[in-house]
Design a protein around this ligand. Structure first.
Ligand code: SAH
Length: 222
């Protein structure tokens, strides 16, 4: 990854990333494509400088507008479940800081990402340009509806907690495509993976519990 010269990523940051990757391995993540991307991408650049010291701890952190950047373990876990191959077309719901979108992009997939908060959408769009990730396509709209004009997708990754599975997103999956989505009625969600086995059938697998900020309908204008 070639960062523009104006960006600071020093040996200390690199060392902290190595430690984070070792921790993720200890916690059961063995997907080398995912681990390499996390080891490469400077997470501190997606956070306010006040959080620089915490950027490489395995924690979710605030990114403004009441939202959070997901915990690195959660990013690794969800990304691994998608079983991605370079060249796939991937839709992310909840751009947030842009960190997850950049991890996907470093893995060689084509990324389409939707954010419902206009402030965050603009802030993150600027950051993606600055970091050289201009080819990630970002959209300011309601993720419940997906991107009908770009369907079908090989994979869909929802990075906010849903009360139910959005039907429009299921419709936008290729046959054989996978959607990973945390679903729950309360403050914790079960990670689900839905695999489209034919035009009208899906396989559903249930994984561990996680805590996400809620997936909300509609958009918030600034
Ligand atoms: N993937 C992000 C995680 C951000 S937290 C990252 O790497 O930083 C979840 C994000 O989902 C928040 O920014 C929130 O505003 C957004 N979100 C919630 N409901 C949404 C919806 N219906 N459509 C699009 N984005 C949504």
């Amino acid at each position: 990854m070639h960062l523009p010269p104006s960006i600071t990523d020093n040996y200390r940051h690199k060392g902290l990333r190595k430690k984070l990757v070792s921790l993720l391995k200890l916690n059961g993540i063995d997907n080398t494509l995912v681990l390499d991307a996390i080891g490469t991408l400077p997470r501190h650049l997606f956070l306010d400088s006040a959080f620089e010291e915490l950027a490489y701890e395995d924690k979710a952190l605030p990114i403004g507008d009441g939202q959070t950047i997901s915990q690195p373990f959660t990013v690794a876990y969800q990304t691994d479940l998608l079983k991605l191959k370079p060249g796939m077309k991937v839709l992310e719901i909840g751009t947030g800081s842009g960190y997850q979108a950049c991890i996907l992009s470093l893995m060689g997939v084509d990324v389409y990402s939707i954010e419902r908060q206009e402030n965050l959408y603009h802030k993150t769009r600027k950051l993606l340009e600055k970091l050289g990730f201009s080819d990630i396509r970002t959209y300011f709209r309601d993720g419940f509806l997906g991107i009908p004009e770009e369907m079908p997708f090989d994979a869909i990754l929802v990075t906010a907690g849903a009360r139910e599975i959005p039907q429009a997103l299921l419709n936008q999956l290729k046959i054989g495509g996978r959607m990973v989505i945390p679903v729950g009625e309360m403050s914790t969600q079960k990670m689900l993976r839905l695999t489209r086995t034919s035009s009208n059938s899906f396989d559903k697998e249930t994984f561990e519990d996680f805590k996400f900020v809620p997936l909300l309908k509609g958009v918030v204008k600034k």
